[in-house]
Design a protein around this ligand. Structure first.
Ligand code: EPS
Length: 378
């Protein structure tokens, strides 16, 4: 089990969303305004429902801090819901295809899927972003930066993804769909508007890059210690995600090995790679190249027009229960996946460089990287 662990609690229309993060080093100054900015990014993508105008997500620290910094205790974060209508919301008897409603109703042996909907709602990702924002603050101390963007919405694909580095951030942040290319971004807004007008929903692809990750995080030794496996599991657990890709994983399946594997050179006193098709991971370990993780999101399951379903009380044919929903949550997905990747990378880092305090992390990280500079074992 990793030193860093996290979990969330809360319902979409309950009192609040909560995140519990254990294993953080002592002494990390908690920049709450920074967490709020990430929460605002998660909320503000084009294509979200009127709910986003209602909620103004703000983080509060409930436990685990002392004088504004982590205390080494479990850190508990809370984001209150403005819409706390859960006690008066009607039961949900007609499950929506593509949602957790039906499987959850069967699991809990109930014909009212309301509690299932409430917990499976993507509103839960508020808590993951809050937790991930803390993870990113720790990572940034040691020069690791994690950023995500939208690579496709529906049929509109970002043809020319940005190169290494983060020169694209300003253009991403100017885009209402978090896509770092203004013409593609405008086309994405157009397809979202068209889908909304037709009463439909859209999915897409998000890409997350983590730069500054040293080689050697994760482990080849067991299935559960592989960094790519941990990333895939965490990213797949984000609502709507149906596929996860590391590097050029999907395209690589159709190519020969010479066209796929990244050449190794030794140049200027350092190991270098001619390309990064592996997405920064080989053998379940980071290889010193930026991590590249892509998530494929299905169109939202809550569609405006009802779909074929049944009434769970008597099995009669009945249209699925329409709920308020977004047209497209892919821009939010880019922010959520970015934060989830941040949590997994920090967990891997703390497994290799255990640290009780942030100062231990600073010095431990420096030593760990310095020992591995140049040729290994030299
Ligand atoms: C969601 C349905 C919508 C979304 C919600 C996720 O909520 P409501 O039914 O209250 O309009 O807006 O997402 C959020 C509130 C959020 O903050 O992301 C769903 O069914 O998953």
């Amino acid at each position: 089990m990793s030193r860093l662990r996290w979990s969330t609690a809360g319902e979409s229309h309950g009192e609040a969303l909560l995140a519990v993060i254990e294993g953080l080093p002592f002494g990390l100054a908690l920049d709450l305004a920074r967490i709020d900015r990430e929460l605002a990014r998660r909320q503000s993508g084009f294509g979200r429902s009127s709910r986003q105008q209602l909620e103004r997500d703000r983080v509060e620290v409930v436990a685990g801090a002392y004088r504004g910094a982590t205390s080494g205790a479990p850190l508990v974060l809370r984001v209150r819901n403005k819409d706390q209508s859960l006690p008066t919301l009607p039961p949900l008897h007609r499950p929506r295809p593509g949602h957790a409603d039906l499987a959850g109703a069967i699991k809990f042996d109930t014909n009212d899927a309301r509690p299932v909907l409430e917990r499976s709602s993507a509103r839960e990702t508020v808590a993951r972003v809050a937790a991930g924002a803390v993870a990113k603050m720790v990572l940034e101390r040691v020069g690791v930066r994690v950023e995500g963007f939208v690579a496709a919405i529906g049929s509109v694909v970002l043809r020319d993804p940005p190169g290494d580095g983060f020169a694209w951030i300003a253009e991403r942040d100017a885009s209402p769909v978090w896509c770092p290319h203004s013409a593609t971004s405008a086309a994405m807004c157009d397809v979202i508007s068209a889908a909304g007008a037709a009463g439909d929903t859209l999915g897409g692809v998000v890409e997350v890059r983590a730069a500054g990750v040293p080689a050697g995080l994760g482990s080849l030794m067991q299935a559960g210690t592989r960094l790519d496996a941990a990333l895939a599991a965490a990213v797949m657990s984000v609502p709507s995600v149906k596929a996860v890709e590391i590097g050029d994983g999907i395209a690589a399946a159709a190519l020969g090995g010479h066209a796929v594997h990244d050449p190794i050179t030794f140049d200027g006193g350092a190991i270098r790679r001619g390309s990064n098709r592996a997405g920064g991971i080989e053998g379940g370990m980071s290889n010193g190249q930026p991590l590249v993780v892509r998530a494929y999101l299905k169109p939202l399951a809550t569609t405006k027009h009802a779909m074929a379903s049944v009434d769970l009380r008597d099995g009669t044919r009945a249209p699925s229960d329409p709920q308020r929903s977004d047209v497209c949550a892919v821009p939010s997905g880019a922010v959520v996946v970015e934060h989830v990747v941040g949590l997994v990378v920090l967990a891997a880092l703390l497994d290799s460089v255990p640290a009780d305090t942030v100062e231990d992390l600073d010095s431990g990280f420096r030593t760990w990287v310095e020992r591995r500079a140049g040729l290994p074992g030299a």
